[in-house]
Ligand binder design. Structure first.
Ligand code: PGA
Length: 254
């Protein structure tokens, strides 16, 4: 039986811890009986502690970023160890909104290594800004993958998720939705680059997610035809009805 992962990236939402608590309580209630989906919620870090207490058994916690040092003079940052200590199991790294804000692939690389060291599961985002007719975006992606995954221990790849998230398909300003076929193509492409860097076996050990305008109407298509083990959901993870529908669809797939 294939277990699919549904990861909620709440970004800088909702506005209060009370709203976050209400949403988690309702999601926890609706997933109580589901078996075939692993549900991870990545809220703003300041909510982690209080949400941890009301998660229930079926939901796991994710963070949206971490620093690569375990402690020190890094104002405003959180270390992987601190997150682990707060009950976090997963950490989203290299999200396009952070990369657009200046985070480099080499920084993401250090963060992956640091997260792995304390046993956090890295969810590493990869994606191109634009698609051009001459396929230059593939060269951009190749560089991004090579820099992001340089020097990772071979046995660690089975613990990593790579989320393919094309920037043009993310958020309310998306130019269009990606297709499951495009997701499959990119998973194959990413695996090819990893196989060149390491081995085919290493590339096959990675689990993939698709993210970018996932909603109840396209979730099943991506899960069946997108070549992935799950979905990274932004906007619709804040909408109780839509998010629980996505989980229900995932649960009914097997
Ligand atoms: P979206 O965001 O689902 O709102 O497009 C996805 C993401 O940024 O991870």
């Amino acid at each position: 039986m294939k277990n699919n992962y549904i990861i909620a990236n709440w970004k800088m939402n909702p506005g209060t811890v009370r709203e976050a608590g209400t949403l988690v309580t309702k999601i926890a209630k609706s997933v109580r009986t589901q078996k075939n989906a692993t549900v991870v919620i990545a809220p703003p870090s300041i909510y982690l502690y209080s949400l941890q207490k009301i998660l229930g058994k079926k939901i796991q916690l994710g963070a949206q970023d971490c620093h690569f040092e375990s402690e020190g003079a890094h104002t405003g940052e959180l270390s992987p160890r601190m997150l682990k200590n707060a009950g976090v199991s997963y950490v989203i790294l290299g999200h396009s909104e952070r990369r657009t804000g200046g985070e480099t692939s080499l920084e993401v690389n250090s963060k992956i290594k640091a997260a792995l060291k304390v046993g956090l599961v890295p969810i590493v985002c990869i994606g191109e800004q634009l698609r051009d007719a001459t396929h230059q975006y593939l060269g951009f992606l190749e560089t991004q993958i090579k820099e992001t995954f340089v020097g990772i221990p071979l046995t660690s790849f089975s613990k990593i998720f790579i989320a393919y998230e094309p920037l043009w398909a993310i958020g309310a300003q998306a130019t269009r939705e990606a297709t499951p076929e495009e997701s499959t193509e990119m998973v194959i492409f990413i695996k090819r680059v990893l196989a060149d860097m390491y081995t085919a076996k290493v590339a096959e050990s990675v689990r993939f997610l698709y993210g970018g305008s996932v909603h109840p109407e396209n979730a099943q298509l991506f899960l069946i035809h997108g070549g992935v083990h799950g979905l990274l959901v932004g906007r619709d993870s804040l909408n109780l009805k839509k998010f629980t529908k996505i989980i229900e669809i995932t649960n009914g797939l097997n």
